[in-house]
Design a protein around this ligand. Sequence first.
Ligand code: ARG
Length: 457
Amino acid sequence: MSRFAEPQDELFRALNSSVSYDFRLAEYDLAQSRAHARMLGARGILAEHDVAVLLKGLDRVAEEVESARFEVHPHDEDVHMAIERRLTELAGPVGGRLHTARSRNDQVATDVAMFVRDSAEGAAALCTEAMAALLDLAERHLDWPLPGYTHLQRAQPVYLSHHLLAWLWKLRRDRERFRLCRTLSDELPLGAGALAGVNFDTDRATLAGELGFASVAPNSIDAVSNRDFVLDYLSAAATCATHLSQLGAEIVLWSSEEFGFCSVADAFASGSSIMPQKKNPDAAELLRAKAPRVVGHLSALHGVLHGLPLTYNKDLQEDKEHLFDAVDTLELSLSVAARMLEGITFDRARMAAAAADEMLAATDVADLLVTRDVPFRQAHGVVAGLVRHAVDSGRRLSELTEAELGELAPDLPPAALAGVLSEHGWLETKVSEGGTSLARVRTQIERARAELEPAAG
Ligand code: ARG
């Protein structure tokens, strides 16, 4: 019997059906169904012989799923109905007993929480791989100077190792966000029923243990309406994808003829169908372009969830495609980023030539005046005057005459200025904690290594 006198409209079926994409959750659905059946038996809610038949049937369904022999029927609304339908075909009417003390509402929340948990762990592990690639690059380019930029204008010189490690720390925070997401998806929804709990004395603690959850969701209403863990994953993924986008953008820029700082391995570049000389950094460009897609999934889910009354609403079905595509996009992007970084090469001479630009020492010249008791703001003005004079007359700072210096910067002894400009020691004077001097970079590398040790990773 059905509640409905009329068959389902075909167009509504197309709108309503989720099996084409949520079948991806089949392994989780089967795992929770096995645990649920065992628990029902242990509690005396189902007879042990029925449980044995159910478990055997579930094993056969699992075999079909694993070997891709499972046939989804057009009338299977979602993964849960498809599995129950097949179980009943294989095990007989006892298959209908599996849904005792369970609703698809707590079932789907459980599947998605398990999927998010695994995906968050996977993303954290991929962050670690990308971090390892960056650390390796940093160690191999410890003392290679290049200009650091603000506003994409040359600002102050830094070591390449220091610059590369900046990306590592961003990924470390991403990894923390995925770990937090994993922790926050660790409460078992199963057992909440449709929304109010169930009419049987179930054993949720055992279920939680078997399914790898740290605890049981304390409120059935919250449990079936909660999709925070999906938001958490998407939010962590959006930030991480944005970092990869920034990294990709920098590689595109640096590998251009204009910069010439780096070159990606041929395996991560492609040619042009018309211009034979081209080597395009497509992988980096696509890292740059994938981020908005992930961010879009995050804002889409905020859109789905906002304004929803408690508890389960069919709107919640719209969490999955956003989640799945974000997971696929992010995992591919992180894997490509790590591999591309492993094979990237840098042009030491090009970077050194750019870093030798004397103008990069302007702040250091101002600081020289500060050590001679000139207030920094005033020193800044004096050096700005020197820079302007040099630029206007088409010369470098070191080419200004003693007479000009005497007039424009009377507190600045020419010999001291020459020292700052010639010694190329602007990097080594950045001795503050977290700065670019080699001693500080070495300390940073030690910290980064500790982050990659198994206990931390
Ligand atoms: N396919 C549904 C989803 O993904 C499963 C839950 C359906 N629950 C219901 N009461 N119709 O959300």
